[in-house]
Design a protein around this ligand. Structure first.
Ligand SMILES: CC(C)(COP(=O)(O)OP(=O)(O)OC[C@H]1O[C@@H](n2cnc3c(N)ncnc32)[C@H](O)[C@@H]1OP(=O)(O)O)[C@@H](O)C(=O)NCCC(=O)NCCS
Length: 246
């Protein structure tokens, strides 16, 4: 994900994107436990995932200088050769972003060995959907109107969770690496816990147009739906994806 997603205010301005966004929120809860972590999902698989990994909020290291020093040595182990931005964010920005309250990174460790296998970064973002109400479908209105009242221009505004970064640590041996699908499930599970505390309906992420559409397909395979595209500050095409929080 580009770091520019963190301060970005999402704005949906086309009817097509708005309808795709609403349709993604309306999808039936998936039965496949590999794509969701909640409720009636296969509890054994969910428990196994929770038992296999330990998630530590980066803020837990930031209360004490000696812990912060320990954090720096943990972060130093992280390698992401296929996406240097993910490595660079963790090593250069993650601490400052947590201290400023912009975004919080979560470090994932293998429970049995304490190896640092990956991380994800979460924050909340505002989103607006500009609508011309007489052209929006009833399905759109039924899904979006309970979330917020449109303003006098017909614009809906609410907040979403953003998975702002996600990356596995390629610095550990291949046999120890976390499966990306599990890392994404742990990020989703953390968002789900926040939904239970303060509400929320959707989690968003942005990914670059990568070799063979690898990243877009990875997120599509895990239950996310593309609702839009934009061009990043670095002039790269970004796909915007959304998933309902069950
Ligand atoms: C996205 C990710 C979590 C998925 O994990 P996964 O499904 O277990 O994927 P793997 O690590 O097995 O990688 C599968 C293949 O994709 C390649 N790949 C990984 N990240 C890639 C990227 N960003 N763009 C293109 N190819 C990538 C891997 O090198 C690997 O290629 P290989 O099979 O030829 O060795 C993980 O690939 C990752 O951390 N990538 C780097 C960071 C990143 O791009 N994060 C996403 C930001 S939106």
């Amino acid at each position: 994900m580009p770091t520019s997603s963190i301060p970005y205010s999402f704005s949906i301005t086309t009817i097509e994107s708005a309808e795709k966004f609403a349709a993604a929120l309306d999808q039936e809860k998936p039965q496949d436990s590999s794509t969701s972590v909640s409720g009636a999902e296969d509890e054994t698989s969910c428990r196994k995932l929770e038992e296999s990994y330990k998630i530590v909020n980066i803020n837990e290291y930031l209360s004490d200088p000696s812990l912060e020093q320990k954090l720096l040595s943990i972060l130093d182990e992280f390698r992401s050769p296929k996406n240097e931005n993910v490595e660079c964010f963790l090593k250069k920005d993650a601490i400052a972003f947590a201290k400023n309250g912009q975004a919080v990174s979560y470090l994932v460790f293998r429970a049995t060995t304490d190896e640092f296998v990956g991380y994800f970064t979460l924050c909340t973002r505002p989103i607006t959907i500009a609508s011309t109400s007489n052209t929006m479908s009833n399905a759109f209105k039924e899904r979006i109107e309970p979330l917020c009242t449109p303003d006098e221009n017909g614009t809906y505004s609410f907040f979403v969770y953003l998975i702002a970064q996600l990356g596995k640590n390629y610095g550990v041996s291949e046999s120890t690496r976390i499966d990306g699908k599990d890392l994404l499930r742990l990020a989703y599970k953390t968002v789900l816990e926040m939904k239970r505390r303060i509400g929320g309906v959707a989690v968003l992420l942005e990914c670059e147009d990568s070799e063979n559409d690898f990243l877009k397909n990875f997120y599509l395979d895990n239950g996310y739906a593309v609702f839009g595209e934009r061009v990043s500050d670095e002039n790269k095409k970004l796909y915007q994806l959304v998933k309902s929080i069950w």
